[in-house]
Design a protein around this ligand. Structure first.
Ligand code: FUL
Length: 476
């Protein structure tokens, strides 16, 4: 009878329609969900700073100094695609106010430079190259503008919104729109050469900006400002918190108490984005040619961003010739190859799996849903059951050193603590050796641990905000 019981439960489940778990708020909207699934994409910082060895141009550098001899966006995009990047974000205008497109609202742009005889449009060239190669395209438009004479007054805000409309209208679909938060106060400001302070919450009229973005670019998530869809992770070093909730209390960046970890009791879905540069600076500096992040640093960054429920926005300082430097491109392709090798042999898809609880005993929520390759299907427990054990057994012992877990986040982020165990004999279970706190999972969590030779993998879910809904588990 004891053995018949689970079978009877399963039969009962198959006959009756078991309800899916109700979402546990907050939940992502479709735009945030599509963005999350991109996982890794590139940043390119390019402009007058590149040619003048600066990070924060003052706003008075002559436009004539922008003069790449061999600018080739196809080379950028081919390199980034080979590195597995799903999109590219471009600094259309950085804090110095210089525009990489021939804006109708200023001459401080590529049209006053010798590049392509003043007829070039870098935003066009990069967005076209992205489309040709199947990558998404995104825009960074600095709100702070150290060049504009009217910065700090109403006329600049008009200008800022006009430029936004140009970029939102003329360059095809965008996946992300960045409002940088930096403002150091001082600038050239059309020759005034002074400090100007503004109240960033009200001055830029971000609420209106959001309306414009929503109507012209419905797919684009917004970074920064007062009505963001995603949040900065709190550092520019390349890591998210080990505990990383995709929500915070209250809307908008300004209200975030903990960028790095999110807030378990948050009421607003605001997932984290890790932005970091492959070199020390965001812009190109010849002296940094020998200061690229090492392969192992970049691999760590992957595990500490994508592996901790955040997206990775990895910056490439394109060089003065207008290309991604050979060393950077070799490094990032090697990075992809290293990651591909680490995830080459998946071991759970063919393994036996059982769970101590299956929602309504239904096949639809069976533990095998975690390895069926379908993102939309998931294992779930009964309502009120916030603990659970999934046990995978191999036919023959396997070497394992990576584990990947995903929650079905359309229903919310739930898991708050879990454990991963291995077993040499299939009876006694031992925790895997990892320094990571095994707390949140979210869209994706990836763990590295010392290689074990094991007959199986057991995942113990110890605590969750509601019944766990796990749509993918993989071991390598
Ligand atoms: C910061 C800026 O000040 C840096 O120059 C860079 O653009 C970085 C991505 O964001 O806030």
């Amino acid at each position: 009878m004891k053995h018949l019981f689970p079978l009877l439960l399963l039969l009962a489940g198959a006959c009756s329609r078991v309800e899916a778990p109700a979402p546990v708020g907050p939940v992502p909207d479709a735009r945030q969900l599509a963005w999350q699934r991109l996982e890794t994409y590139a940043f390119v910082h390019y402009g007058l700073n590149t040619f003048n060895d600066m990070e924060w141009g003052y706003g008075n550098t002559p436009a004539s100094t922008f003069d790449p001899a061999a600018l080739d966006c196809d080379q950028w995009v081919r390199t980034l695609k080979a590195a597995g990047m799903k999109g590219v974000m471009l600094t259309a205008k950085h804090h110095d106010g210089f525009c990489l497109w021939p804006s109708a609202y200023t001459d401080y742009s590529v049209k006053s430079s010798p590049w392509r005889d003043g007829k070039g449009d870098l935003v066009r060239e990069l967005s076209d190259a992205c489309r040709r190669h199947g990558l998404r395209f995104g825009i960074y438009l600095s709100p702070w503008d150290r060049h504009h004479a009217e910065y700090g007054r109403e006329a600049y805000v008009e200008y800022f919104h006009n430029q936004m409309r140009e970029l939102l209208t003329n360059y095809g679909p965008l996946f992300e729109y960045w409002f940088d938060g930096a403002n150091g106060g001082d600038g050239w400001y059309g020759g005034a050469d002074e400090r100007r302070s503004i109240d960033a919450r009200s001055y830029y009229r971000y609420e209106e900006a959001r309306e414009t973005i929503r109507s012209l670019q419905p797919e684009a998530v917004i970074f920064g400002g007062t009505c963001a869809d995603i949040r900065w992770i709190g550092n520019e070093e390349g890591w998210a918190g080990q505990t990383n909730w995709s929500f915070v209390k209250g809307a908008g960046d300004q209200n975030v108490n903990d960028f790095t970890h999110g807030e378990r009791d948050g009421d607003h879905w605001l997932p984290g984005e890790v932005d970091v540069s492959i070199r020390p600076g965001w812009f190109y500096h010849p002296r940094e040619d020998t200061q690229l992040k090492s392969l192992s640093q970049l691999v760590d960054i992957y595990y500490q961003s994508v592996g901790r429920n955040a997206n990775l926005l990895l910056n490439f300082p394109v060089d003065r010739s207008g290309r991604i430097a050979a060393a950077d491109s070799a490094r990032i392709v090697a990075w992809r190859q290293t990651l591909d090798a680490e995830f080459a042999h998946e071991l759970l898809a063919g393994a036996d799996v059982e769970a101590d609880n299956v929602r309504g005993g239904a096949r639809r929520f069976a533990p095998g849903r975690t390895t069926d390759g379908n993102w939309e299907s998931y294992w779930a427990t009964d309502d009120g059951v916030t603990e659970g054990v999934l046990t995978f057994r191999f036919e023959a012992p396997q070497h394992v050193n990576r584990l990947l877990l995903q929650e079905y986040i359309p229903l919310g982020q739930r898991v708050a603590r879990f454990a991963v165990e291995w077993s040499g004999d299939g009876r006694e279970w031992h925790p895997v050796e990892t320094d990571e706190e095994l707390t949140t999972i979210g869209y994706k969590r990836i763990l590295r641990f010392d290689k074990v030779k094991t007959n199986g993998i057991r995942i113990v879910f110890n605590s969750a905000r509601a019944c766990p809904c796990i749509n993918n588990i993989a071991a390598y």
